[in-house]
Every structure is written in C-alpha cells, then in structure tokens.
Design a binder for this molecule. Sequence first.
Ligand code: HEM
Length: 136
Amino acid sequence: MSDTKEFTYSDVSEHTTKKDLYLVIHDKVYNSSSFVDEHPGGEEVLLDVGGQDATEAFEDVGHSDEAREILNGLLIGNLKRQEGDPQPKSAAQQVADTRKSSQSSGGLGVGVYAVIIVGAAAAFFAYQYLQEIVTP
Ligand code: HEM
C-alpha cells in the first residue's frame, strides 16, 4: 500500500459499503472497512460519511491522538480534488443545524414575549376593574 496513490472524489464515492468503505479526511483517503466494527462511535456514523469527505464530522467529535493514529494506519492515498467536487458533508449539515436551533430559540423568545404581554394586559384590566368597584 502506498500513501502516494491518488484518488479522485468520484473514485472515493464508489466505496460506500461496510466491507468497502473509503473516507476522505483532510484531503487524504482512508480505507475504514477494517475499522467499522471497532469504531467506539458506532458503525452508523462511519457509513453515513462513507465515500465522502468526513473531515468536519471527524473533527467535530474532537477525536483523540489515538484515533488519529488509527487513522494513519488506514491511509491509502491522497485525494485529487477536481472542480465541482462537493465540500465536506457536515459543513452544510452544520449550517442547517445552526439555523434550526436559532429558529427554535427564536420561537421560544416570541412565546415568552407573548406571555408577558398578555399577562401585563390582564393585570392592567384587572387593576382598572378593581378601581371601578372600589371608587364610589
Ligand atoms: C476512520 C475514521 C475514524 C476513526 C479512526 C475513529 C476513531 C475513533 C476512536 C478511537 C474513538 C474513541 C474516542 C477517541 O479516541 O477519540 C472514536 C469515538 C467517536 N467517534 Fe470516531 N473515528 C473515525 C471517524 C468518525 C466519524 C466520521 C464520526 C462521525 C461523526 C465519528 C464519531 C465518533 C463519535 C461520536 C465518538 C464518540 C463515541 C463515544 O464516546 O461514545 N468518528 N472514534
């Protein structure tokens, strides 16, 4: 196995099964098939990014040096980027997640304001009502 072999993105994208799983991390190509069953983070996550750029997914988890050593052992070559190649999968995913979470917190904010406004209005009318009863 030579680490100077070059793969295009479309070469890599053909290896997406558990028994034949390539990942791209920092523009290097790794054959992760032998490791799928041993991955402490489970096989699902690896299969999810199989044949794709897993750089962000890998870095987001904050893998240890030990994980990086294992990765070195799986190296099979370098990625030859070509124009139009997709960027790391989870970058877009992250943006979507961030949007989702900001939306939901925005939704919560509006709900809280509504409760405060309705509560204040109720208190105001109750106060006026009581004034009317008490005032002769
Ligand atoms: C071939 C590439 C990979 C290798 C060699 C690898 C290796 C490891 C190792 C050794 C651990 C144990 C904790 C540590 O030492 O950091 C781990 C944990 C984990 N990995 Fe990976 N990993 C790879 C790719 C990925 C990818 C693409 C994801 C996608 C999200 C992922 C998600 C996780 C998660 C969530 C854990 C934490 C599991 C836990 O603590 O319960 N890994 N990985």
